[in-house]
Design a protein around this ligand. Structure first.
Ligand code: NAP
Length: 254
């Protein structure tokens, strides 16, 4: 029956940056669908762990700072996941940072840091995960893209470059790995109320301009992504490859 195809019982999902914000909601959503969760990040994910275990799912954490992680370090982190959890079925590349500054003044450090966390780390983590998934004959990799995978944004040029890169990577990796039965897709959240967007919501003018453009008339919440992530992580999406699914309250349709 079709609803059974959305279940994730017995599967292991790795979520980067599952401490707070969208990553915490994504991890809990996957656990609600039946998955065991491993959070990969630099800070203990205490609340996420409590939420996952209260659902009766297994929870583990693998420490990893994506700002300094090398490809070899990310390969080792995936090895730790498999050692702790037994397997890896789903990878959600969620962790991300943003730096705001006019492009005319943008620093090399702000360029490098954002590209490292938002593009290079997801690439090499996907590579490591795919190596572990391939022998199982299936796997699901889900990138967290952005409206700035499609648009230019304001004062966030390195973020836009990275998120546009994530869109390209979603297509490129889907092309290469669909034949191995590894699905690579992305979710593009719209404007979501988390720490990353706190400065925008604190700026009355920006907040009003953003809200005026969202047909749904409100900022998104992490719960709004649960349906999309469970779909893309589950057998229900087995023939979906290389898609970027906006969950944006209609922003892109404006
Ligand atoms: N909020 C939005 O409107 C929006 C819209 C589109 C896309 N996105 C994307 O959605 C994802 C999550 O964003 P969010 O809004 O939930 O942001 P957030 O609340 O700031 O959370 C960011 C997460 O990334 C982790 N992280 C940051 N730097 C890291 C590092 N060096 N190593 C490991 N983990 C690191 C953070 O961990 P710590 O707790 O350790 O800092 C945290 O768990 C990002 O990729 C973001 O670009 C967000």
């Amino acid at each position: 029956m079709i609803l059974d195809a959305f279940r994730l019982d017995g599967q292991v999902a790795v979520v980067t940056g599952g401490t707070r914000g969208l990553g915490a909601g994504l991890a809990v959503g996957l656990a609600e669908a039946g998955a065991d969760i491993c959070v990969l990040g630099r800070t203990p994910a205490v609340e996420t762990g409590a939420a996952v275990t209260s659902l009766g799912r297994r929870f583990a954490e693998v420490p990893c700072d994506l700002l300094t992680a090398t490809p070899a370090g990310l390969q080792a982190a995936v090895g730790d996941v498999v050692a702790r959890m037994g397997r890896i079925d789903i990878l959600v590349n969620n962790a991300g940072i943003i730096r705001r500054s006019p492009a005319i003044d943008f620093s090399e450090a702000d360029w490098d840091d954002v590209l490292q966390v938002n593009l290079k780390a997801p690439y090499f983590l996907s590579q490591a995960a795919a190596r572990a998934m391939a022998p199982n004959g299936r796997g699901k990799i889900i990138h967290i893209a952005s409206m700035l995978s499609f648009q230019g944004g304001i004062l966030v040029s390195s973020y836009t470059a990275a998120k546009s890169g994530i869109a390209g990577l979603t297509h490129a990796l889907a092309n290469e790995w669909a034949g191995r039965r590894i699905n690579v897709n992305a979710i593009a959240p719209g404007y979501m109320a988390t720490d990353v967007t706190a400065p925008l919501r604190a700026d009355e003018q920006r907040n009003r301009a953003i809200l005026d453009r969202i047909p749904a008339g409100r900022w998104g919440a992490s719960d709004d992504l649960k349906g999309a992530v469970v779909f893309l992580a589950s057998p229900a999406s087995d023939y979906v490859h290389g898609t970027i699914l906006p969950v944006d309250g209609g922003w892109l349709s404006r």
